[in-house]
Design a protein around this ligand. Structure first.
Ligand SMILES: [Zn+2]
Length: 327
């Protein structure tokens, strides 16, 4: 398990500092909720946090050398339990949750902390989330439960309110570019990739620059067609679903956010360079439908993994788009 990569991501240092401070003052929480959009290293921070409490030589961070750290590195530490979305599953299964809770009620094998990490906790269903309630209400000492979720999660308030919350934000554009240039990829402009990914460095790093460019061009064309009323909605939806649907929706979300900013304050913030040059028809935004479209886009991105009929949902979204952009 990789628990040291969080140290290479400077935008996580604020969250790491909060945990250090909590521990140093004897206020280490029993449960953490790490809120983050994808691509900011929330999973790395969760593993770092687990290692932070499991390390045998506790200082400001996991040492990477001790017995506990070596067990963690080889993935054989008996006191840390990971729950991830199973392949092709759309929700985290209640059985996975029960197994984790059971493991956390047992005595720690190495006499220290017991750690449970749940990635994509927004994909817990209500039963799964509620199963944690007892664990959170009556935490046994030396237990740390770490939930990683997207900011628009629908975890019950009874769960979320019992966790120490760490909210991650994308680093400033310059810092993101500096980090990306240190990752050993060929020197390039990261502007388009960062715009596309909402400034998320890990997503930008995973982007193929040629793909970013062609996706950007294709999305501009699609929006222009939508505005002009020439788009075949079902063909467009099919094409979006066939390749990079999540990136396309992220592009759309970023773009609408940028349009709303322009409409409201008359200029784009320095954070978001204009991702699209637009036909004149799109330059007079109708602010209310834009917000409706933004909500619909976010809902779709959140629900897409659980939606039975993505094609229909995306067509409905495009109809909203037609209202927002159309004449
Ligand atoms: Zn250690």
């Amino acid at each position: 398990m990789d628990f040291l990569s969080a140290n290479t991501m400077p935008w996580l240092s604020g969250a790491q500092g909060s945990l250090r401070a909590a521990r140093a003052t004897g206020r280490m929480p029993h449960s953490l909720l790490i809120l983050s959009t994808p691509g900011l290293g929330a999973e790395s921070l969760a593993r770092w946090s687990g290692a932070f409490v499991l390390c045998d030589a506790p200082s400001g961070q996991p040492c990477g050398q001790c017995g506990a750290c070596r067990l963690l590195a080889s993935g054989t530490h008996p006191d840390i339990h990971l729950v991830e979305l199973e392949e092709k599953a759309q929700q985290i299964k209640i059985e996975q949750v029960r197994e984790l809770i059971e493991a956390l009620t047992l005595k720690s094998y190495r006499g220290g902390y017991k750690v449970g990490i749940i990635d994509a906790a927004e994909l817990l269903n209500a039963n799964g989330a509620n199963a944690f309630l007892k664990t959170l209400e009556e935490p046994t000492s030396g237990t740390l439960l770490i939930l990683v979720a997207q900011p628009n999660h629908r975890l019950p308030a009874t769960i979320a309110s019992r966790c120490m919350r760490l909210t991650l934000r994308a680093p400033p554009r310059e810092a993101a570019e500096r980090w990306l240039n240190q990752q050993g990829a060929a020197p390039q402009s990261w502007d388009a990739a960062l715009t596309l990914t909402g400034g998320a460095p890990l997503l930008a790093l995973a982007c193929d620059p040629a793909m970013v460019k062609s996706l950007d061009e294709e999305m501009r064309r699609d929006l222009a067609q939508l505005a002009a009323g020439h788009a075949d909605l079902s063909l467009t939806a099919e094409r979006w679903l066939r390749s990079e649907p999540q990136l396309r929706l992220r592009w759309l979300e970023n773009w609408i956010t940028w349009r709303v900013q322009v409409a409201l304050i008359g200029e784009a913030s320095a954070q978001s360079a204009e991702p699209v040059r637009l036909p004149a028809a799109l330059l007079k935004p109708k602010i209310r439908p834009l917000f409706a479209l933004l909500d619909a886009t976010r809902d779709f991105r959140r629900l897409a993994p659980t939606s039975m009929n993505q094609q229909l949902a995306l067509e409905a979204l495009l109809i909203e788009g037609k209202t927002a952009f159309g004449p």
